[in-house]
Design a protein around this ligand. Structure first.
Ligand SMILES: *Cc1c(COP(=O)(O)O)cnc(C)c1O
Length: 445
């Protein structure tokens, strides 16, 4: 399998090269030459495979010859060595819980897979690679945890001071070893701007072998397909599920669409957004307008110009009607999100995080609206869309304690798996929100 740049001005590369580079030299995103089709009988027999076998079968065509089979099997097994349970919330709505990994958010899978791939590509340590990553909270922890102790790779995380939750900050700043946390006196956009500028800076690029661990990297993007297979394996209903994904940079849902185009049965996809509504607006009007990100309580989705959306367009040959057949999108405001956390907790005894709440609400709304479409002569919906659906619960509520505890009036217990963080000492380097300051610091190291 080769990967081409969506800007079409750079040569095709292998998986290994795409993963090491992050972005093509022409600044385009890498995209697989074709979408491999699942082996015959795979879906019918999906329950007969272990999740490790399933992960290997799905990922192998994308990796090609870049990694030998025995190493890839090991990488996949280490990447997914925790649970991905599908939990019933209402009669027809299920939660796919993706927060059982080490940093309590779904980004663990992409970060663990990518770090192990880079570790393999760097196994002779000919090069020393520096990974730069900007985070609004979850990415940094997942990347730090995934790369901790990987030989030949140094990770520098830029996070906005005071704008991540206490657990997130501990996850970012207490690793030590090859992980350095920069506490930037600005917002997430400032962090991202510094990282972007670093990749365009000749001095830095000349001195260091820099790569990015943001979701544009194919090694972070593609393994996210596995969530959708794990969901389907646990789905007991007759009809394929509607799947709703809380979306920010649209990497996760784009991976789901890839899984579907390779043969995974999904009735419909929904991209649930907060007030950052570039994609919902596009699907409604056909007009794409990138916007300034606005801050919300589901802050991991505060993205004004989602970087993976070009990949979704490519999957559908830029044909809007074809895309609309498969994908709907909703924008949900903060008041509705908080009310959803409260209502679902009171009525169904299930604690959502703000991102999962956006997705729950969008899915519920879609199931109702479909009922209306199914019987256009009826003035109000009488039956919901048959079969029901799944939303992706992308983070543990304890990562967003202020919002969730206020909405539910309940103290969230600190999960056992992160209790080791309590009492650890934060180590960060405070930095003004200025590229010049960052560059000077990095050049001097
Ligand atoms: C990153 C993140 C998202 C958004 O995922 P994308 O792949 O960027 O669309 C949603 N929820 C949580 C909790 C996240 O950390």
């Amino acid at each position: 399998m080769l990967y081409y740049s969506l800007n079409h001005q750079s040569p095709k590369v292998t998986f290994a090269e795409a993963a090491v580079r992050g972005q093509a030299p022409d600044k385009g995103l890498y995209f697989p030459e074709h979408i491999p089709q699942l082996p015959k009988g795979f879906i019918k027999n999906i329950r007969s495979y272990s999740k490790e076998e399933l992960g290997f079968i799905v990922m192998k065509p994308y990796i090609g010859e870049s990694i030998p089979d025995d190493v890839l099997k090991q990488i996949v097994a280490e990447t997914i060595n925790f649970d991905f349970p599908l939990v019933k919330v209402t009669d027809d709505i299920y939660s796919l819980e993706l927060f059982h990994g080490p940093t309590l958010a779904f980004k663990d899978v992409g970060a663990r897979f990518m770090s192990r791939c880079l570790g393999y590509f760097n196994r002779h340590a000919y090069h020393h690679t520096t990974v730069l990553v900007a985070t609004s909270g979850d990415t940094g922890g997942a990347v730090a945890n995934g790369f901790l102790g990987v030989d030949g790779v140094e990770v520098i995380i830029l996070y906005p001071s005071g704008k991540v939750s206490p657990i997130q900050e501990l996850q970012l700043t207490t690793c030590g070893q090859n992980i350095t946390a920069l506490e930037v006196q600005g917002n997430f956009d400032d962090c991202q701007a510094i990282v972007k500028q670093a990749f365009m800076d000749a001095d830095l690029m000349g001195k260091l072998s820099l790569t990015s661990a943001n979701s544009i990297n194919v090694a972070r993007w593609l393994p996210q397909q596995l969530y959708y297979f794990f969901a389907y394996r646990q789905w007991q209903q007759e009809h394929p599920p509607v799947i709703c994904v809380p979306s920010g940079n649209f990497g996760n849902i784009c991976a789901g669409l890839v899984a579907h185009l390779s043969g995974l049965p999904v009735k419909h996809f929904i991209a649930a957004c907060n007030a950052n509504d570039a994609v919902p607006e596009f699907l409604k009007t056909g007009n794409y307008q990138s916007k300034q990100a606005v801050a919300t309580i589901s802050n991991a989705m505060d993205v004004g110009n989602p970087s993976n959306f070009v990949r979704i367009l490519e999957l559908f040959n830029n044909e809007l009607p074809a895309l609309q057949n498969v994908l709907s999108s909703y924008s949900i405001d903060d008041a509705t999100t908080a009310a959803t956390i409260k209502n679902v907790y009171e009525q169904h005894n299930y604690m959502l995080d703000p991102h999962g709440a956006v997705a729950y609400y969008a899915l519920n709304q879609y199931l109702n609206s479909r009922a209306h479409l199914n019987s256009p002569s009826e003035p109000v919906p009488i039956h919901r869309e048959a079969g029901g659906g799944i939303f992706l619960e992308t983070a543990h509520p304890v990562k967003f304690p202020d919002t969730v505890e206020e909405a539910t009036n309940t103290k969230i217990p600190f999960p056992e798996s992160v209790q080791y963080l309590q009492g650890k000492e934060k180590k960060s380097i405070v930095m003004p929100a200025s590229f010049e300051a960052f560059k000077e610091w990095l050049m001097k190291r």
